[in-house]
Write a protein that binds this ligand. Structure first.
Ligand SMILES: [Zn+2]
Length: 313
């Protein structure tokens, strides 16, 4: 089934039309209106109309949307830090404008759904899609489908605290997190987290890009920063294994493009895993930038094929 997906980000709203085999046919990005809700909804409606016209399917085209934040399954309200729509039922307001209700999902869940279906997690039973980029979060699928969850939340593992032994062993402060807590994984393993680790180790401001490039070029100090990052990130993989025991973890987000990221994480993970537990397959994402739109499109197609089914696909 031909379908469309819209990936709503803090800086751009990306619409993609997908073929029957879920390959991107066309893509269009427009800036995200940051101030007024009405402008934001206008921009969404414009992207939906573009997809409908491009496909020749009109309102019969399944279109799904993905958003960086929580979508409350009971009220439909979205909670997100960098859009002018937080606290609103975006799908309901958009419905008044376009005449139909489109499914809305969390972008980490969209990523996991996309990679579990025709992506790096294809063929595995239980797949966790872990995004390490500006933020850190994950989605969980079983048999290629999302699992129903009380709050409709993704796996908000970026807001679990780092282990005490890591903090003590490396003299790491418990940095404040945007969620209101301290010492969350996100503050150490996201892009800004890697930069903060570098700043802490080197005693001067440094960017994540510089750390990765210098470590690649053989700089010993920067390699130690990368090792520390990998050690902390592997503790996050261990938590995923201990809580969900997936047979595959797919890595996405900007930090998944670090050279040899899979082997960089596998080594420390191997050394801390519990007893005789088997290692899950760790893979880099295949669909990269298109994952948010692609996962939302898969959900919309399934909902349209089976409108009486559960809202989780
Ligand atoms: Zn946090």
């Amino acid at each position: 089934m031909i379908c469309g997906g819209i990936d709503i980000g803090g800086t751009k709203i990306e619409a993609r039309l997908f073929s029957n085999d879920l390959a991107t046919v066309e893509m269009r990005r427009i800036p995200t209106p940051k101030e007024r809700l009405a402008d934001f909804i206008d921009a969404l409606a414009e992207q939906v109309r573009w997809l409908e016209q491009l496909s020749d399917e009109g309102q019969a085209l399944p279109v799904g949307m993905a958003i960086p934040g929580l979508v409350d399954v009971h009220t439909g309200r979205a909670f997100t830090s960098n859009l002018p729509a937080s606290g609103y039922d975006i799908a309901a307001i958009l419905e008044e404008r376009i005449g139909r209700r489109l499914p809305l999902m969390n972008d980490c869940q969209a990523f996991a759904l996309s990679e579990a279906n025709g992506g790096a997690g294809e063929g595995f039973k239980t797949v966790v899609g872990l995004i390490m980029g500006t933020g850190v979060g994950a989605g969980l699928t079983c048999d290629g489908r999302l699992t129903p969850r009380l709050n409709g939340s993704a796996l908000e593992i970026g807001h679990i605290g780092i282990p005490a032994h890591i903090s003590v062993a490396h003299g790491l402060p418990l940095w404040d997190c945007g969620c209101g807590k301290r010492g969350c994984f996100e503050r150490y393993v996201s892009g800004t987290g890697l930069a903060a680790l570098g700043g802490h180790k080197l005693g001067r401001p440094v960017t994540a890009e510089e750390i990765v490039a210098s470590a690649q070029a053989g700089d010993k100090q920067q390699q130690e920063v990368m090792s520390l990052w990998a050690e902390i990130a592997s503790e996050l993989l261990l938590i995923i294994q201990l809580t969900h025991d997936p047979d595959c973890i797919v890595l996405g987000g900007g930090l998944s493009s670090i050279p040899d990221v899979v082997s960089l994480l596998e080594k420390p993970f191997q050394s801390i895993k519990l007893g005789e537990m088997c290692m899950p397959a760790i893979r880099s994402a295949i669909h990269g930038d298109s994952s948010g739109a692609r996962g939302a499109a898969i959900m919309a197609s399934r909902n349209q094929s089976n409108p009486s089914g559960a809202p989780f696909s």
